[in-house]
Design a protein around this ligand. Structure first.
Ligand SMILES: NC(=O)c1ccc[n+]([C@@H]2O[C@H](COP(=O)([O-])OP(=O)(O)OC[C@H]3O[C@@H](n4cnc5c(N)ncnc54)[C@H](OP(=O)(O)O)[C@@H]3O)[C@@H](O)[C@H]2O)c1
Length: 236
């Protein structure tokens, strides 16, 4: 995928960019890419060793924390007083039959915790900062939110759709750019536990990172695979 490097540098150089979930997969590759164009990064994740490795390579300020914990979100919000770009990427995916979930109510609180409540609460703090900077949020979403509800994906699909709906409702009100990337399957640690995905074609996390970076200079509201409109199960 081709990037207009000059435009990307203009969009991110010296800018304060927060990436949640930068210890792995798409968030990690986005951090590595944006650092090469001069971004001032703030990165978040729970795994200290992996996050530190990304911080060392990018010069990022890092916060090792579980974003589902309210006290952690409060600490972050107290310490971040200026922000140009928020890349909401941290996420948890669960693929499980409802009959295997009957005694696992935590599957639903955990997915809603990181995929919905954490970004909503962060945004309540960041909206004035992003408005003041005439900045941008990029939400890393999934094509699943465009599909009809799918068996075994209730926890993930409902929680990703919840934040997608919230952000689409908020977008017309706020004074900064709101962009969403609807990604197809991406080869990251997230999909590793799902055996059937081993033989299915998937986007690389480097390409996903480039598509996120492209949104930072095009300022488009949406990025989604061109073929999505032709899929039978699409609902919106
Ligand atoms: N892979 C795909 O096929 C695919 C497709 C469409 C959309 N997406 C979306 O892309 C985003 C990134 O996923 P990925 O594929 O790159 O997965 P990944 O490699 O598993 O990365 C997920 C990231 O989120 C962080 N994270 C998870 N829970 C957290 C918590 N409670 N607090 C703080 N950080 C947390 C993880 O860090 P720690 O483990 O260090 O906490 C990790 O850095 C997700 O929002 C996902 O829904 C992925």
């Amino acid at each position: 995928m081709h990037l207009q490097e000059h435009r990307l540098r203009q969009a991110v150089q010296g800018k304060s960019i927060l990436i949640t979930g930068a210890s792995s997969g798409i968030g990690r590759d986005t951090a590595l890419l944006l650092a090469r164009y001069g971004a001032q990064l703030i990165i978040i994740g729970r795994n200290e060793e992996r996050l530190r490795e990304v911080a060392l390579q990018t010069g990022a300020r890092m916060y090792v924390m579980d974003l589902r914990e309210e006290k952690n979100r409060q600490q972050l919000c107290q310490e971040i007083e200026q922000l140009d770009i928020f890349i909401n990427n941290a996420g948890l995916s669960i693929h499980r039959s409802i009959y295997d979930s009957l005694e696992r109510a935590h599957d639903f609180t955990r997915t809603m915790g990181i995929n919905y409540f954490a970004p909503v609460e962060l945004m309540l703090h960041f909206i004035p900062l992003l408005d003041a900077a005439q900045g941008q949020i990029v939400n890393v979403s999934t094509i699943n939110t465009k599909f009809r509800p799918m068996a075994k994906w209730s926890a993930y699909q409902a929680s990703k759709a919840a934040f997608d709906t919230w952000l689409r409702a908020v977008a017309p009100e706020v004074k900064h750019t709101v962009s969403t990337i609807y990604l197809p399957l991406v080869r990251t640690p997230m999909i590793a536990p799902t055996k059937k995905y081993e033989r299915v074609p998937a986007m690389s996390s480097e390409t996903a990172a480039k598509r996120i970076a492209r949104l930072l200079y095009t300022k488009k509201k949406e990025d989604k695979p061109w073929w999505l409109s032709f899929i039978r199960f699409v609902r919106s």
